[in-house]
Design a protein around this ligand. Structure first.
Ligand code: MD3
Ligand code: FE
Length: 218
């Protein structure tokens, strides 16, 4: 009998159910990480990362860009999905095939075989950057999951419930992890704690997070 039989295997390829409908695929990107990163760099070369203003009048510490038909943006009038980058007035870069493929394979592995994302939000964190607790509910089809890919420095992810009052659980998300958030977890409150400093072999003092979404039309 193996003493470690009942401990979760947090190795690449392992899968952890973190909540009903939320599945963490440890190290899902495997050796494709440098290619995915290069592809992400080519997207942000066309659509620069920006610090949006929130409706509350704050400047976000996380810098954001998008690829795909629609992109998430914010200004003092509110949050929305838009087909054009409001600064350049250009369409967002198309979603690169390798990113779409990764998101679809992850969704299928988590039990969502027909995932067709039309938006990919790219978040860049530097040490100290954080994302306050929020729900993602501006998408029209809430039956579709959101797929997230973490790259670079590790982050402490705060994962609550659909009720704002419940205290969040904390999870560490590391380079190469993919999480699929659907079903009962789709409207959970969540956020990211202030990024701790560090030095990642590919990204230096940064974390990138990509979230793939089905926004659809209203
Ligand atoms: C759980 N981004 O962009 S990804 C966001 O690490 C966002 O940049 C975080 O929250 C980040 O909106 C978290 C994981 C994530 C994304 C969407 C979710 C978790 C989610 C939607 C519902 C529940
Ligand atoms: Fe979110």
């Amino acid at each position: 009998m193996d003493l470690f039989d009942d401990l979760p295997l947090l190795t690449d390829g392992a899968l952890t159910q973190i909540a009903p409908g939320a599945v963490l695929l440890h190290g899902f990107v495997r050796e494709a990480d440098a290619d995915l990163l290069q592809t992400t760099r080519s997207v942000v070369a066309q659509a620069p990362l920006r610090h949006w203003q929130t409706p509350g009048g704050y400047t976000m510490s996380v810098a954001m860009s998008n690829c795909g038909a629609l992109g998430w943006v914010s200004d003092p009038n509110g949050y929305r999905y838009a087909a054009l980058d409001p600064v350049s007035k250009l369409p967002w870069p198309a979603m690169p095939a390798c990113l779409l493929d990764l998101a679809q394979r992850a969704a299928a592995q988590a039990g969502y075989p027909h995932f067709q994302p039309d938006a990919c939000l790219i978040n860049e964190y530097v040490p100290g950057a954080k994302l306050s607790m929020h729900q993602d509910k501006d998408e029209n089809d809430l039956r579709a999951p959101i797929v997230s890919l973490s790259m670079g420095l590790p982050a402490v992810f705060l994962f609550g419930t659909p009720s704002r009052k419940d205290r969040p659980q904390r999870y560490r998300l590391v380079h190469g992890d993919v999480v699929v958030w659907g079903g009962p977890s789709r409207l959970a409150y969540h956020g990211v704690a202030a990024l701790a400093d560090g030095d990642h072999r590919l990204l230096g003092r940064r974390r990138l997070n990509l979230t793939f979404r089905c926004v659809g039309s209203a």
